[in-house]
Design a protein around this ligand. Structure first.
Ligand SMILES: Cc1cc2nc3c(=O)[nH]c(=O)nc-3n(C[C@H](O)[C@H](O)[C@H](O)COP(=O)(O)OP(=O)(O)OC[C@H]3O[C@@H](n4cnc5c(N)ncnc54)[C@H](O)[C@@H]3O)c2cc1C
Length: 457
């Protein structure tokens, strides 16, 4: 154990979770070493971002306890949702709503966020060791410090923490993912007005009821700055899976997204085809799939030293509900907060108590909101009623999107009666009257081609 007056911390992994905890603990006066399997330049330049990692509202407050807001792009203020069903001649619009957030959302490249944290961590005396830590190393590392955090992401050392089957709703991935970043359209472009009251400041969530979902919105890329994030979520057996699998480089990523919109969401095609591949960053795209998993986040090494998992190593989410990065920074900031006032020994039991608090504060609700966005049968009534009500009343859409920032209220809205009450309360009139006004749209407004949009009205 440490002889220094400062308490010693080892953090394995320098992604968003590891660097957030590292900077927070250095600021709080701990002696911190971060171990990373890549050096700083490689973390920034040789790997794709772990995800789009939009912070929706509340997580920005937690993040502000760790680092000042450095970013002036990638901000969004609402969401334009459109749902379609069927294909070809049988393709039909199901519903749409465009609602503002009651908060700010911010999508910044995880590589940049982590690098900015690492820069400050190093400047304030943090130590950084480049090595891939094995379970055996971990035992020796943990023996020498007061606290060991495992922040190695979904893979890495997460298997040291057993899956909590009681808290994990799924045993396999629910979506095949394509993430890609593009340039070519301006964040203030007026062409976006056909979908949203706030133009390009509203993200798009465009859903095909049978095949999957797409997210598209403003993003801050680590090198080029203002840019566009796309995520495709293909359901099992969706024809999108083969399309995604054909992506091999930045150009093909762009062509596949253009093709996807042209075939399934042609209303947006004229705008999407103006996107350009981000050749500057060969790691601006990736294919993936996440098994949503909750782990028993506190374990011991071979010689009985406690270790705690943070970020994706503790809870990994399907990204459809945008919860992973948010939950990671909330967990890291909450742990830093608790450690500042905990003078005693950092025991297994104390760490377990902290994780239970995190589960109750965020993890449980974030897991449930992800199930809602995945269209899990548990939340079929929520989706049916809330989407229809949001299409009629903009405030219901805002309340629904509030769950991305603060998912906790969902835990108290479980029965049909709870949902009806929410709709009535938000609308100021009986839910039945709101829902009776819902009519499926005949068609949706279309994007104009760039040339036509440029002609003054
Ligand atoms: C497509 C997609 C979209 C997403 N969108 C959102 C969103 O909108 N909002 C949101 O909140 N979240 C989102 N997420 C989730 C978010 O990106 C992650 O939750 C978050 O970035 C995880 O950070 P992390 O630090 O836990 O893990 P990682 O970023 O995976 O970092 C782990 C680090 O540990 C290192 N490492 C691994 N093993 C070792 C070892 N043995 N020794 C040393 N180092 C090691 C790795 O190289 C890596 O650098 C999305 C995820 C995906 C896949």
């Amino acid at each position: 154990m440490s002889n220094s007056t400062k308490r010693k911390v080892a953090i394995i992994g320098a992604g968003l979770a590891g660097t957030t905890a590292g900077l927070g603990l250095i600021n709080a006066g701990f002696d911190v070493t971060i171990y990373s399997d890549r050096d700083r330049a490689s973390l920034r330049n040789d790997v794709p971002p772990t995800g789009t990692a939009v912070y929706f509202g509340k997580s920005l407050d937690y993040d502000a306890e760790i680092i000042e807001d450095l970013y002036d792009a990638g901000t969004s203020t609402g969401m334009s949702v459109r749902i379609f069903s069927g294909a070809g001649e049988a393709r039909t619009p199901v519903l749409a709503f465009d609602s503002p957030f009651k908060y700010k959302a911010q999508a910044v490249d995880t590589r940049l966020r982590a690098d900015d944290r690492l820069a400050r961590f190093l400047a304030r005396g943090g130590k950084f060791q480049v090595r891939a830590v094995t379970p055996r190393d971990l035992d020796a590392i943990a023996a020498d410090v007061d606290l060991t955090l495992v922040a190695t992401g979904k893979g890495g050392l997460s298997s040291l923490f057993p899956v909590d089957t009681g808290r994990s709703a799924y045993a396999e991935p629910q979506r095949h993912l394509l993430l890609a970043t593009f340039k070519g359209l301006h964040h203030a472009d007026r062409q976006f007005a056909y979908r949203s009251s706030d133009g390009a400041k509203h993200n798009w969530f465009t859903i095909h009821a049978e095949f999957g979902e797409t997210f598209f919105g403003p993003y801050l890329h680590k090198d080029i700055g203002a840019s566009w994030a796309f995520i495709g979520f293909a359901k099992p057996a969706s024809p999108w899976i083969e399309l995604f699998k054909s992506v091999t480089d930045t150009q093909r990523a762009r062509d596949v997204v253009v093709d996807l919109f042209a075939t399934y969401f042609p209303e947006d095609a004229a705008l999407i085809e103006q996107l350009q591949p981000l050749h500057e960053d060969p790691h601006s795209w990736f294919l993936g799939a996440v098994t949503p998993t909750v782990r028993r986040a506190v374990a011991t090494t071979a010689n009985g030293h406690p270790i705690v998992a943070i970020g994706d190593a503790a809870i990994s989410f399907d990204p459809i509900g945008g919860q992973g990065a948010q939950t990671a920074v909330i967990q890291a900031a909450s742990l830093v907060r608790a450690l500042k006032t905990h003078a005693g020994k950092i025991t297994f039991e104390w760490l377990q108590d902290q994780f239970e608090k995190h589960w109750n504060n965020r993890g449980d609700a974030a897991t449930e909101v992800t199930r809602l966005f995945l269209g899990d049968p548990k939340y079929a009534t929520h989706a049916e009623l809330l989407f229809a009500a949001a299409a009629v009343n903009v405030d219901i859409g805002t309340a629904f999107l509030g769950l991305l920032s603060e998912p906790q209220p969902l835990l108290g809205i479980q029965s049909r009666e709870d949902i009806i009450k929410l709709i009535s309360d938000r609308a100021g009139e009986p839910a039945e009257s709101v829902l009776a006004r819902f009519k499926p749209p005949q068609q949706f407004a279309r994007a104009q081609s760039a040339e036509r949009a440029a002609v003054p009205a």
